[in-house]
Structures are given as C-alpha cells and as structure tokens.
Design a protein around this ligand. Structure first.
Ligand code: NOJ
Ligand code: CA
Length: 541
C-alpha cells in the first residue's frame, strides 16, 4: 500500500494505484487495498494456560501474521462481557475483559502490531449492550418512566403479551419481561438489550467511545449490526433495519473518524439490496463494508461473476473500494461449505452439519482464495481460513456456547463450529494453542493442519495464502479489473499489472489463455490446461 505509513515503520510496498474513481485525499489510502486478517481472540492463541485465547497469545503470534502478509488485523469484541454472545454483549466499552488481558496490554498490542507494519481494527457494537452494562443496571433499578429507561426500549406489554410480535434474530421473541412488568427489546439474545438511538445521550456516548479508542491508536472501527440500530415501532418490519435515520448517525461517526489521520469505519451491513447497501458507503459515511453478497454465493461461475459485477457496479460510481470476504466467525468454514451439495450460504438456512466432501471442498476453497485475493479492493481472511480448517460439526451439545443453539431449542447448532481454537503445532490437542484445555475441543485430525505442519509443506493452504498475499501486496489490491473472454464455467480477468486470474468452476479442464509465467496455482495444472475447481495467477502482457 502506498499512502501514509504507520508512525515508526518503513513504508509498506506500493500497490498499483489503479484507475478507479477515488475520493480526493484518499487516493492510495491503505484501507482501499488492505488484506485484513480477522482475529477471533478467544480462539487465536492462549497466553496464560486457561484454555481461552487472549492478548498475550496474540502478541506472541504477531510475527506469524506479519509473515503471512496481513496489512491489518480486525479483532472481535474484547470488552468486559458476560459472554452471552461471544462478547457481542458489551458490559464496558472502555476496557478489556480480564479473560483477554488489560487495557495496557491492548495498547501494547496496537503499538507492537504497528511496529510490524500491521494496523489494528476493533469492533464496536452500537445496536445493543449487555444486561451487565452500568446503564442497563441503572435502568432496571430506576423503573418505568425514568430517564434511565429512555436509553433502551422499555415498553408495557399487551396484557401478558410482549409489546409487539418482533422476533429475535437468534430465535424466540425479541422482548423479555422484567420484574416490574415492563419489557425490553433485544433483537439478539436477552443478554443484549437494544439501545434507543433516538436518545441524544446514546449518540453522545458512542462518540465518546469512538474517541476513546481512536486516541489509543486503533486504525479502524468495525461497526457491528450497523444497519439495525434505528427502530420503527409503527411498522411491522420496523425491526428489519436500514431505516433512513441511520445514515445521519454514521455521518456523525465519520466526522469524528476524519478528525484523526488515516482511520476508517467498516460496516457490518447485511442487506440484500445492493443499492441500499451502497448508501452506507457514500463519501461522508463509512469507508468500506463487508461484501456478504459475495460470501453467500454458490460455487458457480455465473453466480460469482454476477456478484462481482454487481459489487463493482455499486461501489465504483461512489468511489468506495469493494471488499471480498469468504468467511468470518458467523458462517460455516469455506472448505466445508464448498464441499456440500448446496454451496451457497444464508443465515436463514445455515445447513449446519450437512454432509461435505472434504477433498472437493478444500480444492474449491483454494481456488476461491486466489479469486478473492485477486479482485480489486480490500480482502478479509478469517483466522484458520489460511489453514483450511473445516467446520467442526460434532461439538457435543453441552459444550456449545452459541446462543443460536439454545434459542433455537437446540435444533440449529450455530456458529461454534467455525470458532474452534486454532491448531499451531504438535501431534495432539491443544496443538500449541496454549497449555490448558481449549474452550472448545479440537479434532484429533487437526494434527495435519497445524501452522507448523503446513509451514513445512510447500503445497499447503498456509503456503498458498502466504504466496498469494505476497504477490497481492506487490501488485493487486485497490484498482480495476478487465474481464477476459472465457467459457461460461470460467472466471478470467486481468489486473493493471498484467496479472491474470483464471478460475475454472466447470467439470472439465480448460486451456489457459496466452501467458508468460505461471505465478501461482491453487492446484496442479494439466500441461497448459486448468483442471476443474482450480485457479491460477498468470503473468500476461
Ligand atoms: C454480528 C456479529 O458478527 C455476530 O457474531 C453477533 O452475534 C451479532 N452481530 C450481534 O452482535
Ligand atoms: Ca488465556
């Protein structure tokens, strides 16, 4: 990335500037083409032997991330939390959960990451807090009609029924009754009471929280459930989010972010309508947002091409760089998803536990990685994706922690299977994760998937990601693509540097286009033919 360097570090290698419309001062900005590694802290590395990942573990493994080629890390919530939803129930927005470490350690992490050329992005959760957060505790004590309750959505019920029929995204009603008879709204778990964003105090509080972390040197803010925060009780769909009032709130956040140098806002915005989605990326709102359209598509050339074109068509006119996401802590691991009969993903139909062909899934996940990392914009890698970890489908019910499992009446396993602690080294659990027993059990078969084993194997997923990220940093990232003529089962395009990416999603091998060197392939080539479910990066022109 060109653009301003992190203080105290040598400038990172430049990427091609590209010719996409860019917003004045943001031309070449780091975030337009960054490779961002998502750290699910609880499962990354355990530094103190209690079986739970923490800041000490992450700090010790920063060199691994530097070697991998991460430009930035995004950490899921690290705040004090009763963990009703893996930390997305925040009890104190200005501190670190003691299980993860201390505020001083978080500051050290930011500094040490910077010294390795890695930026830090944190997660802020504005839609809801925690039942243990001070405001909520005070609201409960203050009683109906109090100003303390105005910071949340407390309402009287309809007799013994909740105030309306809204459903929680995790299952069950979106309302929970308290001792004095009123109900409070929670679009997620009852442990996550929704804030009332019509209340000026809520707006002011989050401005202060943003400043708190930006002052501590974080480079970006990932905004959780960003489209949901404004509610309309007059409408049956008023819980679905994306109400117009949301944009003024993020304009306020952008003014704060812009008062610091080189900091960004990233939206978690799940919206089927890409025109509506793009409204969040207008020049005075968020810098980027996760591309869930791409993440949800089936392993199918038409589907993926349609998604890429739709993405470019909505981002390019407003000068916002697209992002490319294959997985995160909420969705099944790609090697498992791509090995299933149905390879698309939607929250409404997670298909947890559906049979998967591991060999096919891995082959496709390797090809998908080369596709996602070659596209113009920034890219996300969720921890363990670079190791090709599969979804763990056989976690015993009593060990599952995802509220989706309990709130679905133990019918939907939910997201624990993609959150199993990483295997680092050795032949048996805990595979170097730490010295204690990991908070979720690791499969014995992961002995072949440890970072140590894969570092020693030139053909491993880890080495594919390392090589791809190295090439990407030198010549991909922000910019534009040009489609090449190819068969209907093939995705083929070139980037400004002359690198061509060709992905064969069909059943038969296809002839490679004219080229010089083969830079990288996701699997063995068949002479000058590209086998099924394989991708290649070629030097052309
Ligand atoms: C989206 C987060 O990614 C997910 O993990 C969480 O459960 C919900 N938002 C609620 O905060
Ligand atoms: Ca620990």
């Amino acid at each position: 990335m060109s653009g301003s360097a992190i203080p105290g570090t040598p400038p990172a290698p430049a990427t091609s500037a590209g010719t996409a419309p860019q917003r004045g001062t943001e031309r070449g900005a780091w975030w337009r083409g960054a490779a961002i590694y998502q750290v699910y802290l609880r499962s990354f590395a355990d530094g103190n032997g209690d079986g739970i990942g923490d800041l000490a573990g992450l700090r010790a493994r920063l060199p691994y991330l530097a070697e991998l080629g991460a430009d930035a890390i995004w950490l899921n919530p690290w705040y004090p939390s009763p963990m009703a939803d893996g930390g997305y129930d925040v009890a104190d927005y200005r501190d670190i959960d003691p299980v993860f470490g201390t505020l001083a350690e978080a500051e050290k992490l930011i500094e040490e990451a910077h010294s390795l050329g890695i930026r830090t992005i944190i997660d802020i959760v504005p839609n809801h807090g925690s039942v243990e957060q001070e405001w909520f505790v005070r609201a409960l004590a203050a009683g109906p009609g109090s100003p303390e309750r105005e910071r949340f959505w407390f309402r009287d019920g309809r007799g013994d029924l909740p105030p309306n029929d809204w459903r929680s995204i995790f299952g069950g009603p979106a309302w929970t009754r308290v001792a004095d008879g009123q109900w409070y709204l929670h679009l997620f778990d009852p442990g996550q009471p929704d804030f009332n964003w019509d209340a000026p105090e809520v707006v002011a509080e989050f401005h202060d929280v943003l400043r708190f972390w930006l002052d501590r040197g974080v480079d970006g803010i990932r905004i959780d459930s960003a489209a949901l925060i404004v509610k309309d009780f007059g409408s049956p769909t008023g819980a679905d989010g994306d109400l117009d009032g949301v944009h003024e709130i993020y304009r306020g956040w952008r003014r704060i972010t812009d008062s610091y140098e080189d900091r960004i806002l990233i939206g978690e915005v799940w919206l089927p309508d890409q025109e509506r989605f793009a409204r969040y990326l207008r020049p005075d709102e968020m810098h980027t947002a996760f591309n869930f359209d791409f993440l949800g598509r089936a392993w199918d050339a038409r589907e993926l091409r349609a998604s890429i074109e739709l993405t470019l068509a909505t981002h390019v006119p407003i000068g916002a760089p697209p992002t490319w996401v294959l997985s995160n802590h909420d969705v099944p691991r790609p090697v498992t998803r791509y090995g299933r009969r149905v390879t698309s993903f939607s929250h409404a139909d997670r298909r947890d536990g559906a049979p998967s062909d591991a060999v096919l899934g891995e082959r496709r996940a390797r090809a998908a990685a080369l596709l996602a990392l070659a596209l113009p914009g920034s890219a996300y890698v969720y921890q363990g994706e670079e190791l090709g970890l599969p979804e763990v489908d056989d976690i015993p019910g009593e060990l599952r922690q995802d509220p989706i499992w309990t709130r679905s009446g133990r019918t939907v396993p939910g997201r624990d299977g993609c959150r199993v602690p990483l295997p680092w080294s050795g032949q048996e659990p805990p595979f170097g994760f730490g010295t204690g027993e990991p908070w979720l059990p690791q499969p014995a078969s992961w002995k072949d998937l440890t970072a140590e084993a894969q570092a020693a194997d030139p053909g491993s997923m880890l080495n594919l990601y390392r090589r791809a990220l190295r090439i990407r940093r030198a010549e991909l990232g922000d910019g534009v693509l040009r489609w090449l003529e190819a068969g209907e089962d093939v995705l083929a395009f070139t980037r400004e540097s002359g690198l061509a990416c060709v992905v064969n999603l069909g059943p038969d091998p296809v002839r490679l286009p004219p080229h010089g060197a083969v830079l990288l392939a996701s699997g063995p080539l068949d002479g000058d033919r590209l086998p099924a479910d394989t991708a290649v990066w070629l030097r052309t022109g």
